[in-house]
Design a protein around this ligand. Structure first.
Ligand code: SAM
Length: 284
């Protein structure tokens, strides 16, 4: 167990600081204060973050936390914490760790007993979700689907039965294909594409997947895709269950196996099917 009273100990702290996803006015005073207070800022891209710091007149040493070299980047930050520094982790936009680098260093910092403190702020997934018009809870954040078509379809098959609203990230050059894959596997559900959030050309495209696909040919910018969960509740009646068992028995499957197979297929309790079938037999 690990209990962290963030501001009641002298441990070094790794701060997770979100940065704007477009509109720079969304940088909070607390985020600026924390960035000014730490010893070092670790970021994805020093050029990108250098500009952000310049805009807010924050003069701090920047080091790169590289996803493709996460082991070494993580070791470097842990060493800085061990040497007595407080460190802030930022990404190019939004929260670090959310489809951005940082997972390893957070896990290790927690394991080693350093404070890990997150600061509130911007995140594209939540912006898109809450204004989508779809049911927001429960939801699942998936991020990017695999870029290969076969893998993408396979993943969607996995998600097909999920009853919760799904939130994806996607790049403009892949969005049409992705939505066509969604239509093929998930059916024509309600969805929303939230594009260029917080920026001048912000747009929400709400409709069914097939309606939305119609306008995706020249779509540009950054986007979040929100898709309705599976709301088709399987309503299998007792009569349907008995019919299925009888069908199997009529092709020489034993009653025991038929009950097992039907229970598995419909994802219901085997004893329930057994009792149902026996009740009918006893009444015959
Ligand atoms: N860490 C970020 C966050 O907390 O949202 C996400 C980083 S991920 C590498 C970048 C993806 O986030 C983009 O491809 C897009 O899907 C989504 N995104 C980022 N900014 C966005 C914006 N302003 N509008 C819509 N989607 C955005």
């Amino acid at each position: 167990m690990n209990r962290q009273k963030s501001f009641e100990n002298n441990n070094q702290t790794l701060f997770l600081v979100p940065t704007p996803i477009g509109n720079l006015s969304e940088m909070t005073p607390r985020a600026i204060e924390v960035l000014n207070s730490v010893d070092i800022i670790a970021c994805e891209d020093t050029r990108n973050s250098g500009q952000l710091l310049k805009y807010f007149n924050i003069k701090k040493k920047l080091i790169a936390y590289e996803n493709f070299n996460e082991v070494n980047s993580c070791k470097g930050i842990i060493k800085l914490l061990e040497e007595g520094n407080n460190v802030a982790l930022i990404s190019d936009a939004g929260y670090p760790l959310i489809n951005d680098p940082g997972q390893r260093v957070v896990s290790e910092a927690v394991d080693k007993g350093f404070n890990v403190v997150s600061i509130s702020g911007c995140n594209a997934m939540l912006n898109g979700l809450v204004a989508s018009g779809l049911i927001v809870q429960p939801f699942i954040f998936i991020g990017f689907l695999p870029s290969g078509n076969t893998d993408c379809l396979k993943k969607l098959e996995e998600y097909k039965k999920y009853p919760m609203t799904m939130v994806f990230y996607e790049a403009p050059h892949r969005i049409k294909r992705m939505m066509e894959n969604c239509l093929q596997v998930l059916g024509d559900r309600k969805c929303c594409i939230a594009r260029e959030l917080t920026k001048l050309h912000e747009e929400y495209i709400r409709g069914t997947i097939s309606e939305v696909i119609e306008v995706l040919d020249d779509i540009k910018g950054e986007m979040v895709v929100i898709v309705e969960g599976n709301n088709e509740i399987d309503t299998v009646s007792d009569d349907d269950i008995i019919t299925k068992v009888n069908e199997l028995v009529s092709i020489n499957v034993s009653k025991k196996d038929a009950i097992k197979r039907v229970a598995k297929e419909l994802n219901i309790n085997k004893n329930y099917v057994y009792d149902l079938v026996n009740k009918v037999s006893n009444n015959d």
